[in-house]
Design a protein around this ligand. Structure first.
Ligand code: NAD
Length: 499
């Protein structure tokens, strides 16, 4: 095992320069970053302080005047160059994601491509962010234009080291803001490399990163020059961040956790549904806010359940295509397995018990990594904790409902509201459920119903605190205010012109 003394030490990127954290020597200055494949240390990430925040925000503020004065067409050219740079480094970035997060290579490339879609949308800002103009009465013209806010910040989670920062970064910068990103301390390598690459693209101060854990978040939220905050993470923290920003009258969009319900009605296509459900709950080892968590069957559906069990049992641990990678760390592994144990203790039937899956057990034993076999649980008790809590791992809970009303009542009672999906071959069934689910993002035969640009991403209830959505046109709305100009010219209007 590498000694911590030899580990590469990450740095903040401020003003296009690598900057060691200003944390005083008397405090803890670094956190060890590990790879979930083996739990071996791979780097040290600085625990930045309010002094680092001050330096980054000041750099972003100094850059704002020049950056915001450029035309949107000009800024789009920078974004286009950024796209070329990132595409040229796609493989390198994907390997970093695999290493620090544990995703398979295909999943890592998939998340980069999804992040680049938001960048592509931002490159089209000259076409899509134009304001409006209307003569509201003779001689009086109203117009509005999008104006950037200033310095904005994004605080991001561990589960998408590239994609989630790219939910905000391209649109924020494209609209003329400057930015400070706080990566997750669990996966800081990818964004460090991205920002290093960005220094050859953007003017100094436009994009900055400050590393650290929760201690560096409050100074970022509170900094008076930070005009808007986006946060993505657990519901508990999203709520805290949102409340903190509201108390300061600061614009904030804080996305929280999820517990997504999928409903399968008797006319569903068994093969399509089984494959999609398995992809949804095991993809990225279940560490997606859009992952399937609870499958509600309307009536008993033994063929569907059997197909799900067979497909789950066929999954192997690894980093290759269609394999399942490890979860982020041992804390997560223990939490995920405790839900399986508790379900068994409360009378649920383990159709697939990931704890005893020999391939995953052997992988965990030989590598010492955080490998967790996928589990499928058939619940009989609606109060089981696994049916309610966000587990954030490869666990599917199944509950057999007696009617569509019961399925909808369960889905509607869930305090989260990120995603829901209906599996059916009937348009009428699809319409019935899509009109009644209480979730921000709804799928028909798609277990991960992520809206793609120009549509925006966002749940409701405990999955989102804030009034707007992220990415797409919601991103433009969030990262700008509308400057409304009303004009009246003194020039007389000839009466004859009006006839
Ligand atoms: P987390 O809440 O632990 O951490 C997210 C970020 O907040 C990190 O940068 C972390 O350093 C910081 N942080 C942690 N505790 C904090 C505190 N007390 N005060 C201020 N900042 C704090 O989340 P995570 O474990 O990294 O990510 C997984 C969670 O993110 C899951 O709940 C998942 O559903 C959610 N998520 C939601 C969406 C969505 O779109 N709704 C998308 C991705 C992930």
């Amino acid at each position: 095992m590498t000694s911590s003394v030899e580990l590469p030490r990450l740095v903040n990127w401020i003003n296009n320069q690598a900057q060691a954290s200003l944390a005083p020597a008397t405090t803890a200055q670094f956190l060890t970053v590990t790879t979930p494949h083996t739990n071996a240390p791979i780097a040290e990430v600085p625990l930045s302080t309010s002094e680092d925040v001050e330096a980054a925000v000041n750099a972003a503020h100094a850059a704002f005047a020049g950056w915001s004065q450029r035309t949107v067409k000009d800024r789009a050219q920078y974004l286009l160059r950024f796209h070329h740079t990132l595409t040229a480094h796609m493989e390198e970035l994907a390997e970093l994601i695999v290493r620090e997060h544990g995703k398979t290579f295909d999943e890592a490339v998939g998340e980069i491509k999804k992040g680049l879609e938001t960048l592509e949308y931002a490159i089209s800002l000259p076409q899509v962010m134009a304001g409006r103009v209307l003569e509201v009465s003779r001689g009086v013209v109203c117009q509005d234009a999008r104006v950037p806010l200033g310095v904005v910040t994004s605080i991001v989670p561990f589960n998408f080291p590239f994609m989630v920062p790219f939910w905000t970064l391209p649109i924020a910068i494209g609209c003329g803001n400057t930015m400070v990103v706080k990566p997750s301390e669990k996966v800081p390598l990818t964004m460090t490399r991205v920002t290093e690459l960005a220094k050859d693209v953007f003017p100094p101060g436009v994009l900055n990163i400050v590393h650290g854990d929760k201690e560096v978040v409050q100074p970022l939220l509170e900094h008076p020059l930070v005009k808007a905050v986006t946060f993505v993470g657990t519901t508990h923290v999203a709520r805290l961040v949102s409340q903190s920003c509201r108390a300061m009258d600061k614009r904030c969009l804080a996305l929280g956790g999820a517990k997504n319900h999928l409903v399968a009605v008797p006319d569903c296509d068994v093969e399509l549904t089984a494959q999609d459900v398995v992809n949804s709950f095991t993809g990225c080892a279940g560490q997606r806010c859009m992952a399937a968590s609870v499958l509600l069957t309307v009536g008993p559906q033994p063929k569907l359940i059997q197909a799900i069990v067979e497909k789950t049992l066929a999954l192997q641990p690894g980093s290759a295509s269609r394999q399942v990678g490890p979860v982020i760390d041992e804390v997560s592994r223990a939490r995920i397995q405790s839900y399986v144990t508790e379900s068994e203790e409360t009378g649920a039937k383990l159709l697939v018990d990931g704890r005893s899956n020999s391939a995953f057990v052997e992988k965990a034993n030989t590598t010492k990594g955080s490998w967790v076999g996928p589990s499928v649980i058939l619940h009989h008790n609606k109060a089981d904790k696994a049916l309610h809590d966000e587990i954030f791992g490869p666990v599917l809970s199944i509950y057999e409902c007696t009617s569509s009303e019961e399925a909808l009542a369960i889905e509607n009672a869930n305090p989260y509201g990120n995603a829901a999906c209906i599996y059916t071959t009937s348009g009428a069934q699809a319409q019935f459920y899509t009109q009644r689910f209480r979730a921000g993002m709804i799928g028909v035969n798609i277990g991960v119903p992520v809206p793609r640009e120009p549509f925006s991403f966002g749940g409701i209830e405990a999955s989102k605190f804030g009034d707007m959505d992220i990415t797409g046109d919601g991103g433009i709305e969030f990262f700008t205010y509308r400057r409304k100009v009303t004009t009246k010219w003194a020039a007389p209007v000839e009466k004859s012109w009006l006839n």
